[in-house]
Design a protein around this ligand. Structure first.
Ligand code: UDP
Length: 365
C-alpha cells in the first residue's frame, strides 16, 4: 500500500508529520517545493522525518497562483501516472493541496482532506477558494471540529464521507513542546531577558504586502509596553526593506524560527500577536492568549473558547488589554483545545487505509 502525503509549505509539514508517522510504511511523502526558503522548510522536513529534501517539482516556489497550481497539477499528474499511489492525503488550503487534490481526483485516486470544512466566507482570500476546490473533489473529509463538519454537510457533502477527527496540530504541538533547558536556550537566543514579552508573527498578504498597514501593526506592537520578538517571514521582510517600513526599537526581529524554538517562545510569552492560521490552533494547546490581526478568520473556535480576539491593526492594543485580564487568563489555563484530543492522526490514517479498500479503482477517462 502506498499513500502519497503531499505538502509544500511550513504548516502542512508540521500538521502532516503525525499523519506520516501514523501511516508508517505506507506513507510516501511528496514535497512540492511551494515554500522554497530554507528557513521555512529544512528543519521542518527533518522533524517530520522526511528523508529526501529535494522537491518533487523543482521551480514551483515564487511563481504566481495560476502558474503554481497548473505546474503542480501537471507535475503531480505525471508523477502519479508513472507511479500510482493508492490514496493521496492533502492538508489545509494551500495551492499545493489544491493542485494535488485535483490531480489525484482526475486520476481516480481517492483524496483524503485533512483540516476539511474550514470557511472564512471571504472570497478575497486565496485560501478560501482553495478550500472550496479541495472540498469539491475530496473523497474523505477529515474535519477538526463539529462546526467544520457542519459546513460541509450544509454544502451537500455526502454525510458518509465527513468524519470528525480533530486536527493533528494538537499532537504535533504536544510532541514538539521543548524541555525547560531547550526553552531557556531558545529565549536567550532570541534576546529575551525577562518573563514579560510579546511574540508576534505577520505574514498574510493583507498585512505583509501593504507597507502602511504593516507600519501601523508595528507601531501598535511597540505600544504594548513590553519587548516584542518578531520572527520575520521572508514575505514581510521584503516589504519592510523595499518600502523602508520603520521598525520601532521595542521590536527584536529574528529569522523564522524552527518549530521547537517558536513554541518555546510561545509558551513562555505573555501574549501572542499573529495573523497565522496554525498559531490560532497552537495557542489553544499551550493555553496562551492571542490577538489575531486579520479581517476574518476561519477558526472562530479559538475565539469562542476565549483564546483569541480578532483585531484590525489599530485595535491590537485594545484587544491585548482585554485578553490580559488576570481572571480571563486563569480561565484559559483550564480550557481544553477545541481542535482535537491529540489522536487525530491515528483516525486520519485509519480512514485513509479504509478508503483504499472501499474505493473501486477508477480508470482515467
Ligand atoms: N512557526 C514556526 N516558526 C516561526 C513562525 C511560525 O515554526 O518562526 C510555525 C507555527 O508554530 C505554526 C506554523 O508555523 O505551527 C504556522 O505557519 P504559517 O504561519 O506560515 O502558516 P499558516 O498557519 O498561517 O497557514
Amino acid at each position: 500500500t502506498a499513500v502519497a502525503v503531499v505538502f509544500g509549505t511550513r504548516p502542512e509539514i508540521i500538521k502532516l508529520g503525525p499523519v506520516i508517522a501514523a501511516l508508517g510504511a505506507a506513507a510516501r511523502p511528496v514535497f512540492t517545493g511551494q515554500h522554497y526558503d530554507a528557513a521555512l522548510v529544512d528543519t521542518f522536513l527533518a522533524v517530520a522525518g522526511v528523508p529526501d529534501l529535494k522537491p518533487a517539482l523543482p521551480g514551483i516556489g515564487g511563481t504566481g497562483r495560476a502558474d503554481q497550481v497548473s505546474l503542480m497539477l501537471s507535475g503531480l499528474t505525471a508523477l502519479w501516472r508513472a507511479d500510482r499511489p493508492d490514496a493521496v492525503v492533502v492538508q489545509g488550503d494551500t495551492n499545493t493541496a489544491n493542485a494535488a487534490a485535483q490531480a489525484a481526483h482526475y486520476l481516480g485516486i481517492p483524496v483524503v482532506h485533512v483540516e476539511a470544512g474550514l470557511r472564512s466566507f471571504d472570497r478575497n482570500m486565496p485560501e478560501e477558494i482553495n478550500r472550496l476546490v479541495i472540498s469539491a473533489v475530496a473523497d474523505v473529509h477529515c474535519a477538526a471540529t463539529e462546526e467544520n463538519a457542519e459546513f460541509l454537510l450544509r454544502a451537500g457533502t455526502p454525510a458518509e464521507s465527513v468524519h470528525l477527527t480533530g486536527n493533528p496540530i494538537v499532537e504535533a504541538t504536544r510532541a514538539i513542546l521543548p524541555s525547560e533547558f531547550a526553552r531557556r536556550r531558545a529565549l536567550a537566543d532570541a534576546g529575551v531577558t525577562g518573563p514579560d514579552f510579546v511574540l508576534a508573527t505577520i505574514h498574510r498578504p493583507e498585512n505583509a504586502d501593504d507597507p502602511d498597514r504593516l507600519a501601523l501593526i508595528l507601531a501598535q506592537l511597540a505600544l504594548l509596553g513590553r519587548p516584542v520578538v518578531l520572527p520575520l517571514h521572508p514575505r514581510t521582510r521584503q516589504t519592510i526593506s523595499r518600502y523602508e517600513v520603520p521598525v520601532p526599537p521595542q521590536i527584536t526581529v529574528t529569522d523564522p524560527l524552527d518549530h521547537a524554538r517558536f513554541l518555546a517562545l510561545a509558551t513562555a510569552c505573555t501574549l501572542v500577536v499573529s495573523d497565522s492560521g496554525g498559531v490560532q490552533e497552537e495557542v489553544t494547546v499551550i493555553g496562551r492568549p492571542l490577538v489575531v490581526v486579520r479581517n476574518s478568520t476561519e477558526r472562530p473556535e479559538a475565539m469562542r473558547a476565549g483564546f483569541a480576539l480578532l483585531a484590525q491593526p489599530a485595535e491590537i492594543l485594545d484587544a491585548a488589554r482585554r485578553l490580559l485580564d488576570p481572571a480571563h487568563l486563569a480561565r484559559l489555563a483550564h480550557t481544553p483545545s477545541p481542535f482535537g484530543d491529540g489522536h487525530a492522526a491515528e483516525r486520519i490514517a485509519a480512514l485513509t487505509l479504509a478508503a483504499i479498500h472501499h474505493t473501486p479503482a477508477a480508470a482515467e477517462p
